[in-house]
Design a protein around this ligand. Structure first.
Ligand SMILES: Cc1cc2nc3c(=O)[nH]c(=O)nc-3n(C[C@H](O)[C@H](O)[C@H](O)COP(=O)(O)O)c2cc1C
Length: 159
């Protein structure tokens, strides 16, 4: 069974997940690994990775998903806010809406660290419970994706 791994990653979190999937699958069956590209469409299964951009995937991934014509798709992604599984489910649902023939065979999401500029932006805000929660989330995100996130990803891919 051939596969492709297509992903978008600005700061490396999603790239780490993509690399982990690559290492978990047989190298000989890999047709394509990299940024969204029509060549990836020739595989039986496409692993599509995204970073969360305002609650969904970025434009390069949404247009790629719109070009999928029935291949099996495994969605994986990272998001800065990681506290609630329902939040990940909501993002995955939005990302999946880009598929015309939804044939999603699996999905996985975990938290991903954010740049220092984000913390500075939070610090500049007036003190409030929301600001405190965002700063706590920022701290929590700093270690992710961690070894456990990657182990869980491998399990989801093997399922
Ligand atoms: C412009 C921008 C928008 C973002 N929007 C969200 C968001 O809506 N929800 C969220 O949880 N994280 C959001 N993030 C955080 C990133 O999705 C998160 O840090 C992700 O792990 C980055 O992945 P990458 O390292 O592969 O680029 C945003 C980051 C940027 C730069």
């Amino acid at each position: 069974m051939s596969y492709s791994i297509v992903y978008s990653s600005r700061t490396g979190n999603t790239a780490l997940l993509a690399q982990t999937i690559r290492e978990a699958l047989p190298a000989g069956d890999c047709l394509y690994f990299g940024a969204p590209d029509a060549r990836a469409l020739e595989a039986d299964t496409i692993y599509v990775g995204f970073w969360t951009d305002n609650g969904t995937c970025d434009e390069t991934i949404s247009s790629f998903l719109q070009s999928v014509t029935g291949q099996k798709v495994f969605l994986f992604g990272t998001a800065g806010f990681g506290g609630a599984p329902a939040y990940f489910a909501q993002i995955l649902q939005r990302v999946q809406q880009n598929l015309k023939d939804a044939n999603v065979v699996g999905s996985y999401m975990c938290q991903g660290k954010m740049p220092e500029a984000v913390r500075s932006r939070y610090l500049a805000m007036e003190e409030s419970p929301r600001r405190t929660a965002m700063l706590e989330n920022f701290e929590q995100a700093l270690s992710h994706p961690d070894a456990q996130d990657l182990a869980r990803l491998k399990e989801a891919v093997a399922r």
